[in-house]
Design a binder for this molecule. Sequence first.
Ligand code: FA5
Ligand code: MG
Length: 444
Amino acid sequence: LVRLFATQPSKTVSVLGKDYEISDTQTNVTPKIISLTSRSLHLNNSHPIGILRKIIESRLNSVDNAYDIYADFKPVVTVEENFDSLGFSEDHPGRSKSDTYYINDKYLLRTHTSAHEKECFSNMKNGITKKQGFLLSADVYRRDEIDRTHYPAFHQMEGARVWQRDQAVATGEVPAHIQQLKEDIVMVEKHLEQQKTKIVVQDDNSLDGNPKQDYMTDLEVELCSRHLKRSVELVVSEVFNKALSTEEASELKVRWIKAYFPWTAPSWEIEVWWKGEWLELCGCGLVREQVYINSGNKPGTNIGWAFGLGLDRIAMLLFGIPDIRLFWSNDERFLQQFKAGQIKTFKPYSKYPGSIRDIAFWVPDNAFSIHENDLMEIVRDLAGDLVESVKLVDKFIHPKTKKTSLCYRINYQSMDRNLTSSEINKIQEEVAKELVEKYDVELR
Ligand code: FA5
Ligand code: MG
């Protein structure tokens, strides 16, 4: 990787106009990924991601106008913001270089919008924002496989809501924050009832294996969870109502699944039954007291919830977009189809034929052998959006040498034009060359 930046004498990498020192051991962000950071698709009101963002913001704020809107946090954050402030353990897999794009030892490209919770909660605490909650949209980055539903950059919306605990309560009186929570629940439930698309919920409501925090009472947990779940269901109902055609049933099945996140307890994920399968939309939970404390609050003073909603997969089904990479297209035939505030089914333009190339190699038998995401990264960096998918098609161990052979199939295909075989061959040769140089594999 050092080689990639070797032409820059200072050994820095520039992201959104800021230079960062490169770390030989930690830097793994590539020029291709850096180029995505300036796109800000969620800020484009005429782009499916931006349109969806606006729909959700206005639906939630139409209930009680309780959410401050954030949309311009920059994607470079500290390790502290992305992981430490949220209680990720030192050895949490999310921190690993095979999953996360590091700028250097201190900075990375945020892997989720939760990276900004600490700052937003402290803005609330310090009176910089005035509302009881926030909605925060942003691009996030993860090293991942490549296919129609996975891309190394996607978008999330973080939502949160806080209730200030009433400290001085006379015995026998209902604390003000409990009263407030109950009123807030009535409001969101009223809005949910009025939705055209009815939500049919599967939820066992138990906290078995999903314990509450000691600092909250059973009643607080029950009320906060209820407000959280109904708020998320309201979003789901609104969004899918727009995706359902009128002939289809106006009922939507969702289920609440217990989950684990280091900074919430209890935690859940919501899944929706869509075209014959359960689709995961959102992780959420009641925010841990420590996160509020990290944001400058005194222990015990806040209770509340947070959710993190993936925008891209919802936008795909809402707009009928068959491939997640299309969101990043600069092709006018894509961009011109969408107008602010409108949901319209995408009309595919002619798809250009794909072209398959296989690459097979022996994995070196040292301890630092190649991770699948390393190959994905090489392909992504050299081929950009000209690669449709990369799949492992064969793996075996040689009976005598005990060496492992891997064969990957790369499907080259452009959204925008015909590819010539000579340009594909050239990319394929470069992929092979990088593999040999960086990972010492032996081509077969
Ligand atoms: C998170 O990222 C947590 N930050 C969510 C959260 C926030 C939990 C606040 C608790 C409190 P997760 O990795 O599951 O969780 O991602 C959240 C959502 O992002 C998923 O449900 C999914 O809709 C979307 N998502 C995750 N990975 C991808 C991907 N590779 N491509 C597209 N969408 C994705
Ligand atoms: Mg998840």
